[in-house]
Design a binder for this molecule. Structure first.
Ligand SMILES: C[S@@+](CC[C@H](N)C(=O)[O-])C[C@H]1O[C@@H](n2cnc3c(N)ncnc32)[C@H](O)[C@@H]1O
Length: 323
């Protein structure tokens, strides 16, 4: 085991602190419940197996987090086991692989197009941090002219004909000034290193007048309480997330969900996990530094069709008028 690379922890900010999060029984208990609910709802022909899958994963990772020696190695090995043996990542015929593929390429893009379309202006859209490009492909089928970019090329081979441009570095967008009307930034910003965020914001502003951002938001603030009044919330899990957990626990939940959805369920251990989460106000200030104003916000909490998505916020920015 000596000098074995900690492959699954290499892109993670502060692995010991991240792993310690698994010792918070309340936070992990909440995650178990939300994921079991999402999985049982989506994998309707495999409900019991899906719920069992969630429990087995958390059992193993909580055990790893409590290992007396070599916690990092044990956690890394457990992750590998989960990817290969629990999720059957390499078996295209397994029920999880097939269901997840359908979720990712059909259900999720459709759900988010419905959510985001009211905030889009103009026909020219950039999908920044496009990932596997499914939302961009759907936008094209609806008549939008779409550019795609990311620091990693993850597009499936049947999307080779799309206008995807690989970023030359972590902070430069390879498109012209004002080439787009709107840029979509869906669950990308918390993957960007602190040192690059200011430059990324100015790049986003350079290529489009409007930014439509979707971010996981572990912190409650006045913007959320404005759109979510306690008495109106019917979903007990949303209530618990907002009012029954500390900020610290919500942050643990966001980090683990990020790891679960990307690394465990998809094997995407090579994307960046600095866990750069902020409050709405925090994002507003970061945008403000480059002349972007926050013009609208909306909470999307635990959407019915979500698997690993949960408490998210839409942030709409626009360039300050005619600078
Ligand atoms: C959670 S995925 C989201 C993918 C897609 N937007 C979606 O919603 O399905 C995060 C994406 O951010 C990308 N990413 C990470 N750092 C980036 C950076 N500096 N610039 C652009 N994209 C980045 C990753 O490669 C990954 O595709």
């Amino acid at each position: 085991m000596q000098n074995q690379s900690l492959k699954y922890l290499e892109s993670i900010n502060n692995p010991p602190e991240f792993i310690r999060g698994f010792k918070d029984d309340k936070a992990v208990g909440f995650l178990r419940r939300i994921l079991k609910r999402n999985y049982a709802r989506f994998f309707i022909d495999h409900q019991e197996e899906a719920e069992q899958l969630v429990d087995s994963i958390f059992d193993l990772l909580q055990e790893a987090a409590n290992a007396e020696d070599g916690v990092l190695e044990v956690f890394n090995d457990s992750t590998e086991k989960i990817i290969n043996e629990f999720f059957h990542n390499h078996d295209p015929n397994h029920w999880y692989t097939q269901g997840y593929q359908h979720y990712k390429s059909v259900v999720k893009p459709k759900t988010f197009l419905n959510i985001l379309e009211p905030y889009l202006v103009g026909p020219r859209i950039l999908d920044f941090g496009t990932g596997k490009g499914h939302l961009a492909k759907l936008l094209i089928s609806k008549g939008y002219e779409v550019g795609l970019t990311d620091v990693i090329d993850q597009l499936p081979s049947d999307m080779n004909n799309l206008d995807f441009r690989l970023m030359p570095d972590e902070a430069t967008i390879p498109f012209e000034n004002d080439q787009f009307d709107t840029v979509i930034v869906k669950t990308v910003l918390h993957h960007i290193e602190k040192k690059n965020i200011n430059h990324i914001f100015s790049e986003l502003k350079r290529v489009a007048k409007r930014l439509v951002i979707v971010e996981d938001l572990p912190f409650t603030d006045e913007y959320i309480s404005k759109s979510m009044i306690n008495e109106d919330i019917k979903d007990e899990l949303i209530k618990e997330f907002l009012y029954g957990l500390t900020h610290e626990q919500r942050l643990i939940i966001c980090k683990i969900m990020d790891y679960f959805g990307n690394v465990l369920a998809q094997g995407l251990y090579y994307i960046n996990f600095p866990f750069n989460f902020h409050t709405t106000k925090g994002w507003m200030e970061l945008g403000g530094e480059v002349g972007l104003s926050l013009i609208d916000t909306a909470s999307i909490a635990f959407i019915d069709a979500g698997l690993h998505t949960f408490f998210q916020t839409i942030l709409v920015f626009e360039s300050d008028t005619q600078l």
